[in-house]
Design a protein around this ligand. Sequence first.
Ligand SMILES: Cc1cc2nc3c(=O)[nH]c(=O)nc-3n(C[C@H](O)[C@H](O)[C@H](O)COP(=O)(O)OP(=O)(O)OC[C@H]3O[C@@H](n4cnc5c(N)ncnc54)[C@H](O)[C@@H]3O)c2cc1C
Length: 423
Amino acid sequence: MNKYDVIVIGGGPSGLMASIAAAEHGVRVLLLDKGNKLGRKLAISGGGRCNVTNRMDIQDLIAHIPGNGRFMHSPFSVFNNENIIAFFEGLGIQLKEEDRGRMFPVNDKATTVVETLLNRVRMLGVDIRTNTTVKTINYSGESVSEVVLHNGEHIPTPTVIVATGGKSVPHTGSTGDGYPWAEKAGHTITDLYPTEVPITSSEDFIRKKTLQGLSLRDIELTVFNPKGKKIKTHDGDMIFTHFGISGPAALRCSQYVVKALKKFETKTIKMEVDLFPSVSEEALFQQLLAKVKADPKKSLKNLLKGFAPERFLLFVYDKLSLDTQAQASTVTHETFRSLVTICKHFEIEVNGTLSIEKAFVTGGGISIKEIEPKTMHSKKKKGLYFCGEVLDIHGYTGGYNITVAFSTGYTAGKSAAEQVIHK
Ligand SMILES: Cc1cc2nc3c(=O)[nH]c(=O)nc-3n(C[C@H](O)[C@H](O)[C@H](O)COP(=O)(O)OP(=O)(O)OC[C@H]3O[C@@H](n4cnc5c(N)ncnc54)[C@H](O)[C@@H]3O)c2cc1C
């Protein structure tokens, strides 16, 4: 007889929640993780404050999961963001809502969230083995038969939940180990790529670090295809770095950059920053003319103080070769129109992103076409389940990936237990 009904591989948010759900449904669970600690990536998410979920309604949640979000309708019908909130609050963790629906523990401590999950796992009698690397899963005919560890140990079991995460930030343990086990079972792994990742550029102003460290607030950032058609626009903040651009808006645009470079087989594509997304070009131009009318004797530099971040303006003056000491009334309308154009359409030629290892999230993974969405069960092998980032599902940062991990993890754990019990 098998000692364990269910073996969960990976102790990130998806594996921890899968272990909890399986144990809550009355089966014997073993949780294996190769790290010395569980929940290592969860502990650094949301800037170390742990962005446990997001409080948007289900349609909005799905809209923020650009990588196969529609698949999530079924797992969300089993365990969704409100269930996650109730789960933590039921365990005594008060959560607070921040901008864009992001939910954090009130004490801003990721360790509290991780500890709470671990306490629950322990309380439910789940056996935990850390520093235990799984080498492979063996199948007997059409079913799971055992888990093989790197130390040569074989652990027989009828049910395995693979929760090994993606390939990003490998020091947290996510090194892509789950993909070959899935392939061995007959699953397809879609192309893996970095997403939620800083974007690179070799524009002169990036290479010369002219704007490095400059943050732009409440801008709109757009990715264009080579024919000049908009692919995607995101609003929010961004920052210029020594290699390109980063910050929330850039991270959200990054997957579209990766995909466009690949699709159009080109080395660079154009992005544009709109520093004044809520004001039209004409209105902005009129605003500048009104400023001139009010203070015709001011120098151009003084007139434009506070109009945009100073470092950005200095860069623009240089780019347009403007005499900043010139009296405002002598500056031509054409010059003001050029200034407006550059603020509304600041172009950046970008050439890629940082690596998948440096990305916040891995795009691609185990094809969702081969997974039962109501149970997370493999369509290839009996007793095989997948959850979390190992799947071809990814969301924007803001708690969406963690929500996917908890939701698919809970669904997998519950279904795995029910399968064992009803056998
Ligand atoms: C810095 C950072 C910040 C982030 N911030 C956000 C955010 O704000 N919002 C958001 O939604 N998402 C965020 N994410 C993404 C989110 O953390 C991940 O999507 C989520 O952790 C994925 O959970 P998971 O359980 O699928 O995998 P992981 O958390 O990657 O866990 C996988 C686990 O499997 C174990 N494992 C792997 N291989 C083996 C093996 N062979 N044997 C045994 N164990 C193994 C690993 O040790 C690891 O513990 C962030 C990610 C990073 C890196």
